[in-house]
Ligand binder design. Sequence first.
Ligand code: PMP
Length: 367
Amino acid sequence: MTGIDDLPVRDELRGKSPYGAPQLDVPVRLNTNENPYPLPEPLVERIAERVREAARDLNRYPDRDAVELRTQLAKYLTDTSGHQVGLANVWAANGSNEVIQQLLQTFGGPGRTAIGFEPSYSMHGLISRGTGTGWISGPRNDDFTIDVEAATKAIAEHRPDVVFITTPNNPTGNAVPRETVLALYEAAQAAKPSMVVVDEAYIEFSHGDSLLPLLEGRPNLVVSRTMSKAFGAAGLRLGYLAAHPAVVDAVQLVRLPYHLSAVTQATALAALEHTDTLLKYVEQLKSERDRLVAELRAAGYDVVESDANFVQFGRFEDSHTTWQQILDRGVLVRDNGIPGWLRVSAGTPEENDAFLDAVREIKKEQS
Ligand code: PMP
């Protein structure tokens, strides 16, 4: 039987595994930070209408520059952050993973490096590898905050071309203070200068504000966003970034022609028309997230302060065993391989109840 290693694959891919959160058929799935609420019916209707219109032109390539969509994304960012963002500042792609890939193809690549402060979003490292960019695992404190001194030292030492800062951080849930981002940006400029990518995939769930206003006067800063979480549209595959217009021009050097299908653009535009309704679900999820934090603590678990739609909880002697015990009770959570910890996404109140019942029961059995 021919396997991967029998093929002439690139050396750096040998022996590696693809991204693979389990997609199991269980009653309660709280493992991939999805939004548990299906899109509301009037939005489903509007998507069908917009896609029907787009279908009439499917013999033609889509708008390569996605002008209408980028204009509406810019309006959303301006309305929600108070920071003026225009069409020229925004770029969109198939999920923020593709945005990150395009950034690494543009600013990373062979002979260059990227750094992230781990544990953090594993795809930053995986996409680095896939684009031939060397990956540097930067440090984090035991409480999962970023130690500014250690992080700036790592930047000065390694002089990376790309610096990733995930806020709120995945999988730990905590937000990175504005001052920390500023300090790392300054360190990155002094060392190289390099691009600093602030991954705000979960920012709509945060108690604090977006870092978009920091873009002012900082052309090497990028803020990346997604419609997968707050907009409840993980299946749509729509991510975007805000940055200086020169960054938007630069990523176009690597994007595939017509990368964003007409169907994707039409669907995203329909979803943006329903922003107010979708953000109401975000408020509900924030209060459910706060309830998960409080109830897990009341049950005797350690919990990392969360600004996201998920919660990191522990501590376990063997997190994989506990993961299995929770699964045996019909609830799928995430084992990110961080010793002693597991992560649960905020679901509907009923799903969260099922999860809380499971972990209370497990705690009781252990004591
Ligand atoms: N960034 C972070 C921090 C994430 O957790 C995720 C999804 N899990 C993404 C980016 C990618 O999201 P998408 O490609 O669905 O936009």
